[in-house]
Design a binder for this molecule. Structure first.
Ligand SMILES: [Zn+2]
Ligand SMILES: [Zn+2]
Length: 797
């Protein structure tokens, strides 16, 4: 329990700390190579209108008289360009919105520490990639992009911050100021040779930031006359701007236009959160390189906007805010902003398929660049052995595995799988659910070919499953001490080992003396532990205390129990039996009642399990032989070459988890562990020593686990299952269980209820870690070979 808890705590600290590493550090990287499409772009220049704080519905809807508030924009939608909704993300604030629009990535969360006022790291943007950009509007927004831009190719024209007074008489002058300045600008350009030549360059951007609507919305709410009238004003202003520009460039058809807003606004005049009124903004684009309006008969959208706005017959194409940046870049042929994660919305493009394909390819390369840089950086700051790139080799296996299974089988399997997991989850609360699970296990050979192929194995499987099923029905350990049951368990072990001994002698002509000796020695230790347990308990009953000799023998048995199996031959059966004998002699010393029988029955079932799994694999091997010629591979004993995953492996992983849960809850539950039945450790010490007692109790709990894991080691070996894919499957199973317990964590009721619910969660969460530890221990116990006389022996199992 203590180990579970420490491991669980550790994992949770790591998880907790990871939040900061994952969420609150800047995701931006630097050092990518700029990527652009090697084809001539459709536009020479781009005009970007951003109506700050304009929500989509107020723009698109018709007023009470059935007229549009923005006749110019509506005319564009119907006759000139493409339109849709731009979906923005939280926080719906001006800065993050503009960053998504112009730089193509969603807000750098580490900016939360700076109150979203300033981006803590520099980033690349469309404006920086342009040849020249002229921008007009609020100083808050424009300086942000001018600051990040390298070289003096970004020109900003801003009013002073004091003009943004919410109480000012008429805030539409924030917009008229911009329109007036642009008018003056183009007028002046006719008499300014250097400006005129700059304006005739390619890859240039005009950015008009219009703050009036946002300011009016905050002051008067979006339903107000002021907000709506401001939209009219912006619409008329844009009409004038477009005509001035077209006139200036002699209608050369090389200008692309984009109209959108950074975020919307709630009915009560705020923004920042994720309500649709805040996240849905208009997006209208037209001009060079943009598709003309497409008439459609029916459009499928979850909302009823099209009908409300009477725009059903004009194709609506929604867009993610960050995708606008690559769209603008491709229109004027500049590299995609380096930090952009936007995906080029090709459906908006009026261009050749070649151009679209090239642009998409460039877009993919540009995003990949960031991953590569990030990976290199991560590699540099991570210790080499901790840097393991995620492999797709396991997941692919799993997917191909799923594809090979017919759907009806798949659904059936899924149902069984879900039912199995539910039984496991319920067994944490009701031990008898394990009995139900084991009864199902007993019935399992009948639904497979096992029953017809191997009757004796099936029968023993059924017998031991049923026997083990009795344990979860018994009372919690320690409630009813019965020393005779412990003795009975010892006698059964001795009987079993005698059978094994005779069969071994019979089978082997030249039975090596050393191994015979070892076996006898282990049997002797079982006898000794029986005697010690008996005499200790009777002496304690007579209140004579723990005899010193008993104590010494107990500790010696415990110490030898970990070494003796390592001396035994590594052939599968002998090694496993040796482990069982050693662990049983310790377990008997730690037992007070029926639980002494538990590891014995469990191991018997495990022995049968190994044979069952071999049988199922052979069945598959035979069926494989008829189909493909890969039998040698599946039957190969080369453990470095693991085979492909089968659906049976999912079942094997499930069996493992089930047996592990049974090993833990089979003889008691958490309550009994918490209550610390001290009678269990009387053979080792009688003075109160919490640490020693805790360690001994821990070992007692772990012994059934070790037995299961050793058996599974053998299963893994005989079925050539890779432990990596196994862990993935166990991880999935335990995570599904963890999710259950996560929702079952209680924050009310008694302390015991709350504590138990939390420890359930912790147990499942740490299951995989414990599994790694146990797997290591089992691997050591089963494969390590100590030599006493230095005689060379085979290491193969
Ligand atoms: Zn804004
Ligand atoms: Zn605002």
């Amino acid at each position: 329990m203590l180990l579970f808890f420490i491991l669980g705590l550790f994992v949770h600290f790591v998880f907790f700390g990871s939040i900061f590493d994952i969420y609150f550090t800047s995701p931006l990287v630097h050092g990518m190579t700029p990527q652009f499409t090697p084809l001539p772009p459709p536009a020479k220049r781009l005009v970007l209108f951003v109506a700050d704080g304009l929500r989509a519905d107020t723009l698109y809807e018709l007023d009470e008289n059935g007229n549009s508030r923005a006749p110019f924009i509506r005319n564009i939608i119907m006759h000139e360009g493409s339109w849709g909704l731009s979906h923005t993300r939280v926080p719906t604030e001006s800065r993050p919105g503009h960053v998504a629009l112009i730089a193509g990535f969603y807000e750098d969360v580490s900016a939360v520490a700076k109150g979203w006022k300033e981006n803590p790291v520099e980033f690349d943007s469309l404006i920086n990639e342009s040849k020249y950009t002229w921008s007009w509007g609020s100083p808050d927004i424009l300086t942000m992009f001018a600051k990040g831009a390298y070289g003096d190719h970004v020109f900003t024209y801003t009013y002073d911050a004091d003009s943004e007074d919410f109480g000012a008489h008429d805030v539409t002058k924030l917009d008229t100021w911009v329109f007036d300045k642009v008018k003056e600008f183009f007028h002046a350009a006719r008499n300014n040779q250097s400006l005129f030549s700059k304006l005739n360059e390619e890859k240039i951007v005009f950015f008009l930031h219009l703050l009036g609507i946002d300011t009016n919305g905050h002051a008067h709410r979006p339903s107000s006359r002021e907000y709506k009238d401001n939209i009219k004003l912006v619409d008329a202003g844009m009409k004038e701007m477009v005509s001035i520009l077209e006139h200036f460039y002699g209608n050369d058809g090389k200008t692309a236009f984009i109209f959108t807003s950074d975020h919307g606004m709630t009915d009560w005049g705020s923004h920042g959160a994720g309500h649709p009124s805040e996240t849905l903004t208009p997006f209208v684009t037209w001009g060079a390189g943009i598709k003309y309006p497409q008439k459609v008969s029916a459009q499928k959208f979850d909302d009823a906007f099209l009908k409300e706005w009477r725009l059903e017959s004009w194709k609506r194409q929604d867009i993610h805010q960050a995708d606008i940046a690559p769209l603008m870049a491709s229109l004027i042929g500049v590299p995609f902003p380096l930090n952009s994660v936007g995906i080029l919305p090709v459906d908006y493009l009026n261009n050749t398929d070649l151009f679209k394909a090239e642009s998409m390819f460039t877009n993919a390369i540009q995003i990949l660049e960031q991953f590569k840089v990030k990976m290199t950086q991560k590699k540099e700051v991570t210790l080499p052995f901790l840097f393991i790139p995620f492999k797709f080799q396991v997941i692919q296996d799993f997917v191909t595995l799923l594809l090979t299974v017919p759907p009806s089988y798949f659904v059936g399997y899924l149902l069984v799988f879900i039912l199995g997991i539910e039984i496991l989850v319920l067994s944490f609360f009701y031990r008898y659910m394990l009995t139900a699970g084991l009864l199902a296990f007993a019935g399992w050979p009948f639904i497979t070919q096992l029953w017809t192929r191997a009757k004796s194995i099936s029968l023993s499987w059924i017998f031991f499953s049923l026997l083990l099923a009795a344990f979860p029905l018994m009372p919690v350990v320690g409630r009813k001490p019965d020393i005779f049951l412990v003795m009975g368990a010892g006698l059964l072990v001795l009987l079993l080992s005698l059978c094994v001994l005779t069969s071994l002698i019979k089978r082997k002509d030249s039975f090596i003396n050393e191994e015979l000796l070892l076996h006898l020695f282990q049997m002797l230790s079982v006898v000794l532990s029986m005697c010690v347990t008996y005499s200790t308990h009777s002496s304690l009953r007579k209140k004579q205390g723990l005899p010193l000799l008993n104590q010494i023998i107990s500790w010696l048995i415990l110490a030898f129990s970990l070494v003796l199996p390592l001396l035994s031959p590594t052939s599968l059966f002998e090694r496993l039996f040796s482990i069982l004998l050693s662990l049983m002699s310790t377990y008997i010393l730690l037992s007070t009642g029926y639980e002494a029988l538990f590891p014995l029955v469990l191991s018997c079932l495990m022995f049968v399990w190994i044979q069952v799994e071999q049988e199922t694999l052979q069945q598959r091997g035979i069926s494989c032989k008829q189909k493909v010629t890969s039998v040698r591979f599946t039957c190969s004993t080369d453990i470095t070459q693991f085979r492909q995953l089968y659906l049976d492996d999912v079942r094997r992983a499930f069996f493992l988890v089930f047996f592990l849960v049974t090993a833990f809850f089979g003889t008691g539950n958490i309550a009994s562990v918490n209550s610390f039945d001290l009678a269990s450790v009387y053979c080792f010490l009688t003075v109160f020593s919490p640490f020693m007692m805790g360690a001994l109790m821990m070992w007692k709990i772990l012994i059934p686990f070790v037995l299961v894991m050793c058996a599974f080691e053998a299963v893994q070996l005989t079925t050539q299952l890779s432990s990596k894919s196994l862990f993935l499957m166990v991880l999935v199973i335990s995570d599904i269980m963890a999710l259950h317990f996560f929702f079952l964590v209680k924050d009310y009721g008694s302390w015991l209820d709350i504590g138990t619910s939390i420890s359930h969660y912790v147990i499942v969460m740490s299951m995989t870690i414990v599994l790694v530890f146990l797997n290591g221990l089992a691997h050591l116990l089963t494969t390590k070979k100590l030599r006493l006389c230095g005689k060379p022996k085979s290491h193969l199992i």
